[in-house]
Design a protein around this ligand. Structure first.
Ligand SMILES: NC(=O)c1ccc[n+]([C@@H]2O[C@H](COP(=O)([O-])OP(=O)(O)OC[C@H]3O[C@@H](n4cnc5c(N)ncnc54)[C@H](OP(=O)(O)O)[C@@H]3O)[C@@H](O)[C@H]2O)c1
Length: 334
């Protein structure tokens, strides 16, 4: 029975990978600081309580596959390389946030990036840096530094670059901007840029399918991972409304600050996933098919009465910007 160790495996990505591998007959252990989600326990996944700073080489000994979901810096990558020496092959979770356009702008810049088309793995990235990875300037640059340390190590390490991830257990479930609106019985959905914005979605389930493919084809490489389709903000709003059987009026806005969504980019941000496909990876499904599990999970949490543990709080600084109901009502009254 092959054996996998997933560092930071109880979040949205680690959880999907653990479930996928366990279902395929792997013995899976995940590390984290708090606890194992019940779904993983039921699937036979084992939990190792450990901060990543406390991971010892012995933990990875004999692992056919090592996956790191909490590698954000060059220092983290140096620790990963130590573990990778004990494992058959390794996967490092990076991000599409590393990419820069011709003007040097990236996903977290003040000026939105303008890419020429689907972004291949060979596209330019930010320069590596060790500034705070929790900052807008530092996240992508620190990921580049981590990638470089890993790829230069001589170990068999695949770097994955997902885009905006959706899936069960998501700590930032972006579709909440539409789910909450439906729970709040809003009769209208306002969409900036007429809902035409695209920031590629990545189902955790599709990413997990790629990890299984990589496990059978170890290599030292970088792979983009995103859904086979590229839904716009309008299409995402329709997918959510359809799944939750909600009717609302779409208000498509041209140059209003209202109607913000996580996908309302000025220019499309789309990942070229042909390298993953060439490796033999088969997506589990398109966006509408794969996002259903996260939508059901959000609804079940909201209805359980114990939503506070996992749903974004009303004062969450990221989500607050999407729910300016008084301003919307005033606009609609005009
Ligand atoms: N989610 C996205 O949209 C997205 C997009 C692109 C790239 N990525 C990358 O993908 C990776 C995984 O993201 P994710 O969204 O799955 O993250 P997540 O949901 O926040 O999960 C992180 C996991 O790591 C554990 N963890 C956090 N800090 C830890 C520490 N110091 N030591 C040990 N375990 C720790 C957490 O559990 P405990 O709290 O119990 O420790 C949790 O299981 C990240 O590297 C991220 O940069 C994510």
């Amino acid at each position: 029975m092959p054996h996998a160790l997933i560092v930071g495996g109880s979040g949205v990505i680690g959880r999907a990978i653990a479930l996928r591998l366990a279902a395929a007959g792997w013995q899976v252990r995940v590390t984290g600081r708090s606890r194992l989600p019940a779904e993983l326990h039921t699937a036979g996944v084992r939990f190792v309580a450990a901060d990543r700073a406390d991971l010892r080489r012995e933990l990875a000994a004999g692992a056919d596959l090592l996956v790191d979901c909490v590698c954000y810096t060059a220092d983290h990558a140096r620790a990963l390389v130590e573990l990778a020496a004990e494992a058959g092959s390794t996967v490092l979770l990076s991000s599409k946030a590393v990419y820069v356009d011709a003007a040097g702008n990236h996903s977290n810049s003040d000026i939105e990036p303008r890419f020429d088309g689907p972004i291949p793995e060979s596209a330019a990235t930010m320069s590596p840096s060790n500034i705070d990875y929790n900052s807008r300037a530092g996240y992508g640059a620190s990921k580049v530094a981590a990638e470089q340390v890993s790829l230069d190590s001589g170990h068999t390490i695949t770097v994955l670059r997902p885009s905006r991830v959706h899936g069960v257990g998501n700590r930032r479930p972006r579709e909440w901007v539409f789910v909450k609106r439906i729970l709040d019985r809003r009769r209208s959905v306002l969409l900036r840029r007429r809902g035409s914005g695209i920031v590629h979605t990545t189902a955790a389930a599709n990413l997990a399918a790629l990890v299984e493919t990589v496990a059978h084809n170890p290599g030292t490489r970088i792979l983009n991972i995103a859904d086979p389709d590229t839904p716009s903000a309008l299409e995402i709003s329709r997918t959510v409304a359809r799944h939750l059987e909600h009717d609302w009026t779409e208000v498509l806005l041209d140059d209003q600050p209202l109607g913000r969504t996580p996908w309302d980019a000025a220019h499309p941000v789309i990942l070229d996933t042909s390298a993953a496909m060439a490796l033999g990876y088969q997506p589990v499904g398109d966006y509408a098919t794969t996002v259903a599990a996260q939508l059901d999970w959000l609804m079940s949490a909201a209805r359980s009465g114990d939503a506070s543990a996992i749903l974004p709080a009303d004062d969450d600084p990221y989500f607050r910007q999407f729910f300016d109901y008084p301003a919307e009502d005033e606009f609609l009254r005009r």
